[in-house]
Design a protein around this ligand. Structure first.
Ligand code: ADP
Ligand code: MG
Length: 344
């Protein structure tokens, strides 16, 4: 073993899932997830996130490949023997059971004596600051309190890895942002490995130490939110993360962030500027702290159905100094180091 590589909680080796003929739902993926890290699997609907998570959980059998948990091969073990636990969408608490009975439920299924399982469940509820409310039913708890009960219920089996499949997506936006901050705090406090599936870039950016961007059953990029946002590895990642333009240049395609394009009035355009493109403004959207310009190739006739090809984010003060209008032709310029080559 190489000592400099941090211990992997989960190692996925050449993992494939086929449901039938055609392209596999998960197609030969390889991934190491560091112990004690928050990992988000991110990608559009149908890209294979849940299938990957379910294979780790043992709710779905792998067609090929291996899954190791702390160097133990768990690929074919029953779910209960893996050292993983799952937290589901909207927490999926039993409505007719108290918080304490919800948490103790899986110990009951294992045949543990009542006094012992209640003591363990109470301990965990105390740990997530829910000890005082152990007798309440889910409907008598706030969203945040329900999430903590669901967390305690998942942790009762002492998992090494907690698996979360879109746990926040059914919540209203306000609660979702509160709950994700709380999930992140619990993950750090407990020091556990979390693997969280989401289709929301914003959620993954807010939560993840490591983001795994998937598309069509394969991994497009693995990296920190900073790395993925600043240096998307492919056209797909650049478009999916948003905030980027994919620009054709003489030497190929590059990605440039919307806030790293400068706009120069046509009269001041420099034909010899190294990285530039002439463009026609088709949209001007005021957004408060910034103004979003939509642009197209020069010569496009602008109608209601014109969609912008390039977006530029100007600070409000930049825009106020030199306002631009729809129909104006401008030159876009960018620094060489702001452009990232995008292989297909
Ligand atoms: P995601 O969670 O990223 O939205 P899934 O992992 O659920 O995607 O699905 C990946 C692909 O596998 C999709 O094309 C989906 O239709 C297919 N799929 C998922 N579960 C099954 C199943 N039980 N039987 C057949 N096809 C499935
Ligand atoms: Mg899914």
């Amino acid at each position: 073993m190489n000592n400099r590589v941090p211990a992997a909680a989960i190692e996925i080796i050449a993992l494939t899932k086929r449901y039938g003929q055609g392209k596999p739902a998960v197609d030969n993926i390889n991934l190491r997830i560091a112990s004690g890290s928050y990992c988000c699997l991110l990608g559009p609907s149908g890209c294979g996130k849940s299938t990957t998570l379910r294979m780790i959980a043992g709710h779905e059998l792998a067609s090929e490949g291996d899954i190791l948990l702390e160097n133990r091969n768990i690929t074919d073990l029953p779910a209960a023997q893996r050292g993983t636990a799952m937290m589901f969408q909207s927490f999926a608490l039993f409505p007719h059971l108290s918080a304490l009975d919800n948490v103790a439920f899986s110990l009951k299924m294992k045949g543990m004596r009542k006094a012992e399982r209640m003591a363990q469940a109470q301990d965990l509820l105390d740990r997530v600051a829910m000890g005082q409310l152990a007798d309440r039913k889910p409907a008598e708890l706030s969203g945040g309190q329900q999430q903590r009960v669901a967390l305690a219920r998942a942790l009762i089996t002492k998992p090494k890895v907690l698996l979360l499949d879109e746990p926040l997506s059914a919540l209203d936006p306000f609660l979702r942002i509160q709950m994700r901050a709380e999930l992140r705090r619990w993950q750090k406090e407990l020091g556990l490995t979390f693997i969280h599936v989401t289709h929301s870039q914003e959620e993954a950016m807010a939560l993840a130490d490591t983001m795994v961007v998937m598309n069509h059953g394969v991994i497009e990029q693995v990296g920190s939110p900073y790395e993925v946002y600043n240096c998307p590895a492919s056209e797909f990642v650049a478009r999916f993360m948003g905030g980027h333009n994919v620009i054709e240049t003489a030497t190929g395609k590059v990605g440039v962030r919307t806030d790293q394009l400068q706009v120069v009035p046509a009269a001041d355009a420099k034909a010899n500027a190294e990285h530039n493109k002439m463009a026609l403004i088709t949209d001007v959207e005021y957004q408060g702290t910034y103004v979003l310009l939509g642009l197209q190739n020069p010569g496009t006739s602008v109608t209601a159905s014109t969609t912008a090809e390039i977006s530029v984010m100007l600070s409000e003060s930049t825009f106020t100094q030199r306002p631009y209008a729809v129909g104006e032709t401008v030159q876009l310029q960018w620094r060489a180091d702001a452009a990232h080559p995008l292989p297909h």
